[in-house]
Design a protein around this ligand. Structure first.
Ligand code: ADP
Length: 416
């Protein structure tokens, strides 16, 4: 194994795996640490549901994943978080990164959520979503991890015990050697985590060259596009053309959307506006104790063989209203309901399932008892088709803010 990846949510796991596969690395996503490590994989990605977990649990889960991965003696560990740096007021990016550094006995790790091909860039330590600063983007309304500060040094420092530094564009663009020297200097000054600017692919290439010898990197999925070339230069692997070898997907199709991110809102509206079958989870009915799973299935049966969309996706005002109705764990209740619907759909013969939302994907895949996912071709940047190992079940797990407006129809067209 060259790379062991710890992803803090399920869509993040398939996202980073798809980036590695695009560079010809064989990557497998695993969810069950009781399983043996997969053989014949260059990169093994552990999918956790730790982004919004209590800090201690997120740290414990991440350390357990690290111990499991280290059985394969990977050359490097990659802690993967969201390209919008999704985290709660208490963490978990800082505490998990520091715990992994301690366990690896490493002095310093970089932190870079940039994913330029999806418009996430870091400049002067500030995260941009397209042309907007993070806190001015739709992320300020996220139901679980509202992001209200684009200054990543400040955000990460508030979560961390150790000192957080910054490597700006001016040093990144000087190339890997200059950046590596700068990072080494920051380590000697006592910095443990260093936010690194990256505004484009060239910056990520510079960063990959500078941190290839670090025991730990922490990043969004963008760095995973640049690291493999450096691994190949080192002679650690030969890029393979057959790194994404999935058989064609089969079976009826359904979409389950629990994301309230802007991209998913637009995708749901696009599907509905086209007159395609859509069922909306009504939080008021959930609060009243209605059997929404039975209702959803009755509705689905009436749609025949058409692909169907089940969504809780709603705008920020409706989210606030349902949080008032359902209480602090509104998100978890809705995830649970959508996951039960997904399980019933698969039991009823759905073989191709698109899930929108990171936490939602975690809930759905855990309820489906998914152990290992093989990675196939990319639908849109960061979202591949995957196949559940040993089962006739194909999943596309979409991070809420990813994908084009017609993502749902596009994913089904690619899979059929
Ligand atoms: P994303 O990838 O966009 O962050 P997630 O699935 O990770 O999406 O998070 C969305 C969260 O919002 C989930 O916990 C989901 O259950 C919750 N949610 C979905 N619909 C609603 C709603 N109408 N009201 C309140 N919370 C909602």
């Amino acid at each position: 194994m060259i790379l062991g990846v710890i992803a803090d949510d399920f869509t993040g796991a398939t996202d980073v795996a798809s980036m590695l596969v695009r560079q010809g690395l064989r990557a497998v996503v695993c969810t069950d640490l009781h399983d043996p490590l997969p053989g014949e994989a260059d990169a093994v990605v552990v999918a956790l549901k730790s982004r919004t977990a209590p800090v201690q649990q997120a740290v414990a889960d991440s350390l357990a994943a690290l111990a499991w991965l280290r059985q394969g003696a990977p050359r490097q560990i990659y802690f993967k978080y969201c390209s919008t740096f999704d985290s709660t007021a208490h963490g978990n990016i800082g505490p998990v990164a520091e715990a992994l550094l301690d366990a690896l006995g490493a002095p310093l790790a970089i932190a870079c959520p940039a994913l330029p091909e999806n418009g996430r860039t870091v400049f002067q330590g500030h995260l941009f979503v397209g042309e907007q600063l993070l806190h001015e983007s739709g992320m300020r309304h996220h139901p679980l991890t509202p992001m209200t500060d684009a200054n990543l040094v400040r955000v990460l420092q508030a979560q961390s015990r150790g000192r957080v530094g910054l490597a700006t564009h001016s040093v990144v663009r000087q190339g890997p050697a200059a950046l590596a020297a700068h990072l080494a200097q920051l380590a000697t000054q006592g910095h443990r985590l260093v936010v690194v600017d990256a505004v484009d692919g060239a910056a990520l290439e510079s960063l990959a060259g500078a941190c290839v010898d670090h025991a730990l990197v922490t990043a969004g999925s963008g760095l995973a596009l640049a690291l493999p070339a450096v691994y190949a230069q080192r002679g650690w692997y030969q890029p393979r053309s057959d790194a994404a070898p999935l058989p064609p997907a089969q079976g009826r199709a359904a979409i389950v959307a629990g994301s309230c991110s802007q991209a998913t809102q637009v995708q749901v509206a696009h599907w509905r506006d086209a007159g395609l079958p859509a069922w909306r989870l009504d939080p008021a009915a959930l609060a009243a104790g209605g059997d929404l799973v039975a209702e959803a299935l009755r509705w689905a049966a009436a749609q025949g063989a058409s692909p169907t969309l089940f969504h809780a996706t709603a705008d920020p005002e409706a989210v606030r209203a349902s949080q008032a109705l359902l209480g602090a764990d509104a998100g978890a209740q809705i995830e649970h309901c959508l996951a039960r619907i997904a399980v019933a759909l698969v039991e009823g013969g759905v073989g191709r399932l698109v899930v929108a939302g990171g936490e939602t994907s975690g809930a759905v895949t855990q309820a489906l008892g998914v152990g290992q996912l093989r990675i196939g071709g990319t639908i849109d940047p960061g979202v591949p088709w995957t196949q559940v190992e040993g089962r006739p079940l194909w999943l596309a797990l979409k991070s809420g803010n990813f994908g084009s407006v017609d993502f749902f129809a596009k994913s089904l067209a690619i899979s059929s």
